[in-house]
Design a protein around this ligand. Structure first.
Ligand SMILES: Nc1ncnc2c1ncn2[C@@H]1O[C@H](COP(=O)(O)OP(=O)(O)OP(=O)(O)O)[C@@H](O)[C@H]1O
Length: 758
């Protein structure tokens, strides 16, 4: 298909040169109109191939073709302008379209979006995108018709459906204005800088929007449809609806003039036409400058918006971080609140329990108060009763004191009836080691009589009577039960003497001291005295207890509490010149004891200091007379009464046959002192005027107990063996003599002006 447009027949070459200077020729209207902006490919593609040089060859030089149609080719003498060339309507400035569209699109979309990297590149990108977007439909149509023919390609432009510029531009402008107004009406957040910047920003935005609106409104005239200008010989028919509304009447006239068909030879008309077009172009240039200014304003607005956006983003990030912190704090507060709520629940539960407990306790408290009130009433009653009872108690104490005195008198009377000197006989059992020894025949007739039968073949029998006879199975407690009444007499203010007499090994020390597992009379007496003293305190009596431990060995006195090792001269002296039976020992240690333990301790000391040795009848024989004296001084402060009693506990040395003795001097002294004791007893029995107390230390010391104001008890201890028969008979005969002795009536010690009368 030949796309060459046939040369119009009416177009003739001018006869002579125009009245232009030199060789210049007026450019064609088409060239002038499309010279700066008609370089688009669309238009190039729509251009018909040059009718010239078709005969040059089969290959067409397209560069030549373009050049042949350029403005410079107008001077060619063979140039033939196509008829339709002057009828081409001026194409609306694409730059103007692009600017308006770009501004509208920027306002609608990109102004509120962050600028990425290079702002210039982005702006160009928007420009390119907007232009390509506008040309999409047209480009596609053109490309599809390029290979057919220019005419068909131009005709295909008729199908180009451009969006109505006025509507599009107006809508874009409206969007821009809405965006700007929104930006200006958004209250500034955070720093005041944003608020202060909003005013110029709004102003610029308003200017830009108004410019865009004006530009787009001016561009509301639709771009010339190619189909109009492409129709050969037909004049352009401006569409009334698409005609520009802001160009004014001059522009309309110029357009009409320009579009008016001017003969080629009418240079004046053509010049006028060109002048009008130049004028239109100048106006267009001014408008483009305004648009450019608006674009710069928009660019500044865009930059400002970007900066604001950056600030807003920073502020947004800060607010986001702050929000995150607040959320974190809120979570922590929620957690703490939950814990506090749990704790509060527990506390309320505990409070509930405590309230219940308080209620119960309050009830109990009320009950207790009632009980307290009752008790107070009861206490008042009891207090009155107590006063009454105290009066009664005082009277009873008086009665008891008097009764105790009566008891003492009665007790002493009984003791007097029993005799002031009494004799108890005790037969010890044979030891396990003494099983081989032959025993005498012992026949216990009653509690007071005993029959001794010799087991040497003579069958000799002897009867003895005493105050009490104790057989070998008698316990220490049974013995002391018969002794304790005498101790009570000592507490009542009487002198008491208890001594053990008998052959060596007959059981004297066992009876008086006893052994650890079976205590004798002395330790039991100590316990009884301290128990009685405690009981007497209830009657108002306070007792002072003093003790001395004396030993008579070979007629010499020794203080058993003296552990100094020095020898002191102990002398037995008369206590009172009027009463020659009361004696005391000078220089002896008399210790006051407060406790039983202390007294037992002193007893052990004395026991260790006592002289002992082995004898034929005893491995550990006491070779001296030991005298333990306990003085009891009772005081009744209320009655101003004092009673002094004493207990002499004597463990005599054992008599020994000179035949069996290995220490004769010791044995002689022992036997002599025992003999003197017998003489005194006999003198008392015979009621002699002279009683030989002073013949021995022992009798001298026991003088108050034997012949004076004393209650005396003698144990006669005998061994059960046949080889002791002679000594046993001697002891029993002596004890019988003592038992027959009737001492004078014992008197109670009197105390006058604090001095004791012994
Ligand atoms: N009633 C008794 N029951 C058990 N054993 C006893 C009894 N009497 C004495 N004995 C024991 O017999 C032995 C001799 O007794 P004890 O030493 O008391 O005799 P004594 O008369 O004091 O002798 P001496 O005069 O030589 O000192 C001791 O071993 C003692 O334990």
């Amino acid at each position: 298909m030949d796309s060459r447009i046939p040369k119009p027949s009416f177009l003739k070459k001018p006869a002579g040169p125009l009245s232009l200077p030199g060789n210049a020729r007026l450019p064609l209207t088409r060239d002038l109109v499309n010279l700066p902006s008609a370089n688009s490919t669309m238009f190039v593609k729509m251009r018909a191939p040059s009718p010239d040089n078709r005969s040059v060859g089969s290959v067409v030089n397209r560069a030549k073709l373009r050049r042949s149609r350029s403005a410079m080719d107008l001077n060619r003498p063979d140039f033939h302008r196509p008829k339709y060339a002057s009828t081409l309507a001026p194409v609306a400035s694409r730059a103007g379209n692009i600017n308006a569209t770009t501004v509208a699109m920027m306002a609608s979309s990109d102004l509120v979006k962050p600028v990425q990297a290079n702002s210039n590149g982005t702006r160009m990108h928007h420009l390119r995108r907007s232009r390509s977007a506008c040309d999409i439909a047209m480009t596609s149509n053109v490309s599809s018709s390029t290979n057919s023919s220019s005419l068909s390609g131009m005709s295909s432009l008729a199908g180009y459906k451009r969006q109505p510029p006025s509507t599009f531009a107006n809508s874009r402008a409206a969007v821009v204005q809405a965006k700007v107004s929104k930006m200006t009406t958004i209250p500034p957040r955070g720093a005041g800088v944003t608020g202060t910047l909003s005013k110029p920003l709004a102003h610029r935005a308003a200017i830009a929007a108004s410019s865009v609106t004006t530009a787009t409104a001016k561009k509301a005239a639709p771009p010339v449809k190619s189909t109009v200008g492409l129709k050969a010989g037909s004049s352009a028919k401006p569409n009334g609806t698409d005609a520009p509304k802001t160009s004014g009447a001059g522009a309309k006239t110029a357009a009409k003039t320009m579009n008016k068909r001017i003969p080629p030879y009418d240079y004046k008309a053509r010049f006028a036409n060109l002048t009008e077009k130049h004028k239109a172009l100048v106006e267009k240039h001014e408008k483009l400058q305004e648009e450019h200014a608006s674009r710069e304003a928009l660019q500044e607005l865009y930059d400002e918006c970007s900066r604001q956006l950056g600030l807003l983003k920073t502020e947004h990030a800060q607010l986001k971080a702050e929000l995150e912190t607040i959320r974190h704090n809120n979570d922590e507060l929620n957690q703490a609140n939950k814990q506090l709520t749990d704790s509060l629940d527990r506390t309320e539960a505990e409070l509930h329990k405590l309230r219940e407990k308080y209620t119960v306790t309050d009830q109990e408290n009320a009950n207790l108060r009632m009980q307290l009130k009752e008790l107070e009433e009861r206490a008042a009653f009891l207090e009155e009763e107590n006063v009454t009872l105290q009066d009664a108690n005082q009277r009873n104490t008086e009665l008891l004191f008097q009764a105790n005195i009566d008891r003492k008198d009665l007790h002493n009377m009984v003791m007097d009836l029993r005799g002031n000197i009494r004799v108890f006989c005790r037969v010890r059992p044979p030891l396990t080691s003494e099983a081989h020894r032959v025993e005498c025949g012992w026949k216990y007739l009653d509690e007071q009589s005993i029959e001794l039968i010799a087991m040497d073949g003579t069958n000799k029998r002897m009867d003895f009577s005493f105050d009490h006879v104790f057989h070998p199975r008698t316990t220490q407690q049974d013995i002391f039960d018969n002794v304790s009444p005498l101790i009570q007499s000592a507490l009542d203010g009487y002198n008491v003497c208890i001594f053990a007499y008998g052959q060596t090994g007959s059981g004297k020390t066992y009876t008086m001291d006893g052994v650890q597992e079976s205590l004798g009379v002395i330790p039991r007496t100590v316990d009884l005295i301290f128990n009685a003293v405690n009981d007497y305190r209830r009657f108002g009596w306070e007792y002072e207890i003093r003790v001395t431990f004396l030993e008579i060995y070979n007629e010499i006195l020794y203080d058993l509490l003296d552990t100094s090792g020095t020898t002191k001269d102990l002398e037995i002296r008369m206590a009172n010149a009027k009463n020659k039976t009361e004696v005391y020992v000078s220089n002896i240690i008399e210790e006051t004891v407060d406790t039983t333990a202390r007294l037992h301790q002193l007893m052990n000391i004395a026991k260790m200091n006592r002289a002992t040795a082995a004898t034929a009848g005893n491995e550990r024989s006491s070779r001296s007379h030991a005298v333990t004296k306990i003085t009891l001084i009772g005081t009744h402060k209320e009655k101003c009464e004092t009673c002094i009693g004493s207990v002499n506990l004597v463990d005599l040395a054992g008599s020994e046959s000179p035949k069996t003795s290995t220490r004769m001097d010791e044995t002689k002294n022992i036997n002599r002192s025992l003999s003197e004791l017998s003489n005194v007893i006999l003198a008392l029995v015979q009621r002699n005027e002279h009683i030989p107390y002073r013949n021995s230390k022992l009798t001298h010391l026991l003088m108050p107990s034997l012949g004076g104001n004393s209650k005396t008890l003698m144990f006669v201890n005998v061994a059960p063996f046949q080889d002791c028969f002679t000594e046993t008979v001697k002891s029993l005969r002596f004890a019988s003599q003592v038992n027959s002795c009737k001492l004078q009536k014992v008197k109670k010690n009197k105390v006058l002006n604090g001095s004791a009368v012994m």
